[in-house]
Design a protein around this ligand. Structure first.
Ligand SMILES: [Zn+2]
Length: 389
């Protein structure tokens, strides 16, 4: 893909004390002389009153991951913040002033939608509520009674009253999922990688763990710390010729890539992976056209698990967390040299299964988007603090 300019990497402007101002931007925003992501370039009329004062020649646009979090921090640090806010489908905006009265625009690119998936069987109350308020839904009548199904985003005008109704009905359960904008994904420093394509179960289904993982390392009760020592075994060769990447059912933290994807990755500058064969269970022969992408790197930071439901194992005493579906994960990075793909140190899951989340860098996401990879999901991760970077 040919890439034209995606933004302005830096901005120069006049100031009365350039050294003090540089220190100020470094102290509050962590800006050094490095590029800080794509920037919007937009000329304004000479007599615009959009800027902080008449003397101000430029307005600095800062893209951030967590607008509300940053504003809270700046407020605590005594930075002057304009009370005005703007919410657009391409971002959320706020304005702050530096010590010389220059107004800066901060763009939050965390545009995401919370979707509520509601499924109810034999619940005439819900059905009549939906009908009464004209809320679109599907319904089906069968021998198990009437079933109602709907998927509604929180931005829907009907959501507040439906939420209120749901709170009053104890029998009603639903799930929440996140939908991120392309813009959010593209602007995120790191995303969690997932697969939307699954191909069968690891073989042999009843004791693949015994064969695939080290017999001593890790815990057989909860799955935490299991270390792969042998290739995964497939029942058949995957037929998803158009997928770039897929997973086996039950195994949430290992990916298999097609020959074409492997070639793309190997000719890229990306780091953090190597390829090993996966085999056919019956013959023990390596699969044609598919390889396991082994991920050896660990995320150099800590996932904020304080709000997650925790499960502790009675056998090994270690803990894993229920991965949230209704909020992005937050990570405190310690350093910037994360490989382009890496596993978290934290374990997620419940019951006998445990898995680590896979993080991919912006460069990895760029490749995925430019090559239009199929079979994957990307969920932006919020970086909460990076003091040492
Ligand atoms: Zn355990």
């Amino acid at each position: 893909m040919s890439r034209h300019v995606t933004g302005i990497g830096g901005l120069f402007f006049r100031s009365d004390d350039h050294k003090a101002l540089a220190r100020w931007y470094n102290q509050h925003f962590g800006i050094t002389d490095e590029e800080n992501g794509p920037t919007v370039f937009s000329p304004f009329k000479r007599d615009t009153d959009y800027f902080g004062n008449d003397k101000q020649q430029f307005m600095l646009n800062l893209r951030v991951q967590d607008l509300d979090g940053l504003l809270k921090k700046l407020e605590a640090e005594g930075v002057r913040i304009d009370p005005k806010r703007m919410d657009e489908d391409y971002g959320r905006f706020a304005w702050v002033y530096d010590p010389e009265g220059n107004k800066d625009r901060i763009v939050g690119t965390e545009i995401m939608e919370r979707l509520h998936r509601i499924f109810a069987n034999r619940n005439p109350g819900l059905k009549s509520f939906l009908d009464r308020h004209g809320i679109k839904h599907k319904h089906e009548v069968s021998i198990v009674g009437e079933t109602v199904f709907l998927l509604i985003p929180e931005s829907d005008g009907n959501w507040p009253k439906l939420a209120k109704y749901m709170a009053s009905d104890d029998d009603l359960t639903h799930t929440v999922e996140l939908q991120f904008s392309k813009e959010d994904i593209r602007n995120s420093e790191y995303c969690e990688l997932g697969s939307t394509r699954h191909f069968g179960f690891p073989q042999p289904e009843d004791d693949y763990q015994q064969i695939t993982y080290d017999p001593v390392m890790g815990c057989r009760t909860c799955g935490i710390g299991l270390m792969q020592v042998a290739p995964f075994r497939f029942r058949k060769t995957p037929t998803q010729r158009h997928s770039h990447l897929l997973q086996l059912n039950w195994v949430f933290d290992e990916f298999f890539v097609s020959e074409r994807t492997r070639a793309d990755l190997e000719s890229s500058i990306l780091t953090g992976f190597r390829f090993e064969p996966a085999v056919l269970h019956k013959s023990g022969q390596p699969l044609n056209d598919w390889h396991q992408m082994r991920i050896d790197g660990r995320v150099p930071g800590v996932v904020d698990t304080s709000a997650f439901v925790k499960e502790s194992c009675a056998t090994c005493g270690k803990s894993k967390f229920n991965h949230p579906t209704d909020q992005p994960i937050h990570i405190q990075l310690n350093r910037s040299d994360l490989p382009d793909i890496a596993k978290t140190s934290e374990w997620f899951g419940s019951g006998g299964s445990a898995w680590q989340s896979i993080l991919v860098s912006k460069n990895f996401v760029d490749l995925v988007l430019s090559e239009n990879w199929r079979g994957i999901s990307l969920a932006p991760v919020r970086i909460t603090a990076d003091h040492n970077r």
